[in-house]
Design a protein around this ligand. Structure first.
Ligand code: G3P
Ligand code: CA
Length: 302
């Protein structure tokens, strides 16, 4: 059995507030192979490691900037309406679960510990420092979030991300870096500009006819939702053929997101989930909120 890469989804986000540097340090110590960075921009063009376009679900923005003058008509505070200096005043919190994204029971309490939103530059410095002190080579896995939204606001997010990656040497062919995005047009443009960078096309639905072959022309792999790779038939959980088709197209497969506290359909426990990924589907990597469980579980399956 080939052991899949363990990609820490927003850090060890099953244990600590997502995208905080402590969550990244924990994931690093738990043995993750790659640490994920979702990237959005501030008003003054600083790429920050943050999942949502809006600050409300995972920071104290409402309390820090009271009143409605900094919120849009929908009542939400957008990262892109704040300068980096203002963003730095905010405390990162565990996800509230009030915006449609779930708050998982049993996760870190929603308390203010003064955790700050890192810039992409700071986070890559942090990982470079850990690689230096540990002697390991843990990789980075940035995602360009909503490039068209940023473009409409006058910010070329992809340029910002590529600039920081270049500064850290991640555009070289042998770099431990995958760049991911849901936007296929954006990734095609990246391919033309960064020939050696490994690209992962994220998928929000199972691929249609010919889609995997088209993706293989510019990307090294796909990031599908795990649910889109298998079917449940009675007690049996079997591949639906997408994983094999991706392999035939020459694509890596890195499904998202393995969570001990939110198991997918037909899967009894986390060990069964790991067996599904590593044995039944033989995927190349997994995004998980629980890097420790994936590292240990894959080790036992070997
Ligand atoms: O990037 C893989 C997975 O993280 C995609 O979903 O919403 O968690 O960024 P999301
Ligand atoms: Ca992501």
């Amino acid at each position: 059995m080939k052991v899949p890469l363990v990609i820490a989804h927003r850090g060890a986000s099953g244990y600590l507030p997502e995208h905080s540097l402590p969550a990244k340090a924990l994931a690093y110590a738990q043995g993750a192979d790659y640490l994920e960075q979702d990237v959005v921009s501030t008003r003054d063009g600083v790429p920050i490691v943050f999942h949502d376009l809006t600050l409300d679900a995972t920071t104290d923005v409402g309390a820090h900037f009271p009143g409605c003058d900094r919120a849009r008509a929908d009542g939400l505070h957008y990262c892109i309406d704040f300068d980096f200096a203002e963003i730095r005043e905010l405390s990162l919190l565990e996800r509230s679960g009030e915006d449609g994204n779930p708050r998982f029971a049993g996760r870190f309490p929603r308390i203010d510990l003064g955790l700050r939103i890192p810039s992409l530059h700071e986070e890559l410095s942090f990982i470079r420092g850990l690689n230096q002190t540990s002697g390991r080579a843990v990789g980075v896995y940035p995602e360009i979030k909503h490039p068209e939204f940023h473009r409409q606001a006058g910010i070329e997010l992809t340029n910002l991300v590529l600039g920081v990656l270049d500064e850290f040497g991640y555009l070289q062919g042998d770099a431990q870096c995958f760049l991911q995005c849901f936007d296929a047009g954006e990734l095609r443009q990246v391919r033309a500009r960064a020939r050696d960078l490994s690209l992962i096309q994220l998928l929000s639905a199972a691929p249609g006819a010919g889609e995997l072959e088209r993706i293989a022309a510019y990307a090294q792999g796909v990031g599908p939702a795990l649910d889109d790779l298998y079917t449940v038939s009675g007690e049996q959980v079997v591949s639906n053929g997408v994983r094999e088709a991706a392999g035939q197209a020459g694509l890596l497969v890195h499904p998202y997101t393995l969570r001990e506290d939110a198991l997918p359909k037909g899967v009894a426990d986390f060990d069964a989930l790991l067996r599904l990924c590593a044995v039944t589907l033989a995927v190349d990597g997994v995004f998980t909120d629980f890097p420790d469980l994936a590292v240990d579980g894959f080790r036992q399956l070997r």
